[in-house]
Design a protein around this ligand. Structure first.
Ligand code: SAM
Length: 380
């Protein structure tokens, strides 16, 4: 890897083939199972949503009471079809990660490529074996995806399993592959920032909870003049992110660090971002992370965290249904205590300004679950 800033890379020019293993027969079969099961769940979802909507409307008409979230929730949780839908939605998740494992296992050349890339430009990969994994990361098995390495194979390839698995899941997932075909929430955030802050040209960028570099690589490509850093608590994620960045010749610095207490000096960054991290943090940690971002931002610097629209500000019954299934069967332990209001308090407490609509729902979309939230603030 050359020790220079990345030059702007056209999405279409990315050679992604080498970054992924060949699709094995078993992987193909499992991916197909995922597609079929998930599309069936989605069709049931709309039917169940309509049913519950009718029930709630009837209840409102007979009682004359306002339909609060807790009332809708009561109807959702009492409905057996909702429970069936929730199982249908979350059950197939294991297919995509098993598909990724099967593909990796079957492609020895891919394994070798990853190892070689990982062992190149190692000054860009700063692991800290003494970092204690936070309990709130290790205890849940969020949406049944692998996160935390438990044996040798996993330590080496778990980040890749996650990256490949989420890329199979679809366009709105992180991963470089999905970014290259126009998906990904971070690119929407970058567009939003350039529209609302046209003169903002970050020089040092930090991506927190960067996983296997899906979001960090997007930042390095979108801001080729900037020095880009990614942090995560999981070493296997960082190892994969580093390998993929080397393969793409992007000089990204990866560090194994806890976002709520980093070791960077005050004012180190002018843009701090994250992608789908906040909903996986308990409320107290969200507050600490926002405080830490404020400490790390230079004056005028911007913090911009992207989240799924349904997690923190569901507005209609379908979003609420999706969110309830996240909490109760998709193992999203901390989605239930997430709300935009609390975050606004934390942001203000951290001394950041949210002018310029930095705390906002920025991408309503036709597919409700692709809507995205921006949790942001600017250092005054
Ligand atoms: C859903 S993933 C993020 C995906 C990634 N940003 C992307 O776009 O590809 C959440 C990540 O946050 C990391 N994480 C959770 N708590 C953290 C903390 N306190 N500090 C740093 N990373 C953390 C997890 O290890 C996990 O890799």
């Amino acid at each position: 890897m050359t020790n220079q800033k990345a030059t702007a890379i056209e999405r279409k020019e990315l050679n992604l083939e080498a970054l992924y293993p060949k699709i094995s027969d078993e992987g193909k079969e499992l991916s197909q199972q995922w597609i079929e099961k998930y599309s069936l769940a989605k069709s049931v979802f709309y039917q169940v949503g309509e049913l519950v909507k009718t029930e709630v409307e009837k209840w409102t008409a007979t009682t004359g009471k306002k339909t609060t979230y807790s009332e809708i929730r009561r109807h959702l949780l009492a409905n057996d079809l909702v429970k069936e839908f929730a199982k249908m939605r979350t059950g197939p998740a294991s297919c995509v990660f098993n598909a990724a494992r099967a593909d990796i296992n079957a492609d020895l050349d891919y394994q070798q490529r990853i190892k070689t890339w990982e062992n190149t430009a190692t000054e860009y990969l700063n692991l800290n074996p003494d970092l204690e994994m936070p309990f709130y990361v290790t205890a849940p098995n969020f949406h049944w995806s692998p996160y935390v390495a438990t044996n040798d194979w996993e330590e080496q390839f778990l980040g890749c399993v996650w990256d490949i698995g989420t890329s199979i899941m679809g366009q709105s997932s992180p991963t470089v592959r999905n970014y290259s075909i126009g998906g990904g929430r971070l690119s929407r955030m970058v567009n939003y920032l350039s529209k609302n802050f046209p003169n903002f040209k970050p020089q040092r960028i930090l991506d927190i909870g960067c996983s296997a570099g899906g979001s960090t690589i997007v930042m390095a490509m979108e801001f080729p003049e900037a020095e880009v850093h990614g942090i995560d608590v999981s070493s296997s994620m960082l190892r994969c992110g580093h390998a993929l960045s080397v393969a793409l010749d992007l000089p990204i610095h990866y560090h194994q660090m806890d976002a709520s207490q980093t070791t960077f000096p005050e004012g180190s960054f002018d843009l701090i971002v994250s992608n789908i991290v906040f909903h996986e943090l308990p409320n107290g940690i969200r507050r600490k992370v926002i405080l830490e971002c404020s400490r790390l931002l230079s004056p005028g610097g911007i913090m911009a965290h992207m989240e799924g629209g349904t997690y923190m500000a569901p507005t209609n019954i379908f979003q609420k249904l999706w969110r309830e299934s996240d909490i109760h069967t998709n193992n999203e332990w901390y989605v239930g205590n997430a709300s935009m209001e609390k975050l606004a308090v934390y942001i203000e407490e951290a001394g950041l300004s949210t002018e310029g609509s930095l705390l906002n729902k920025i991408t309503p979309s036709s597919e409700f679950f692709e809507g995205a939230l921006l949790i942001g603030g600017q250092k005054i």
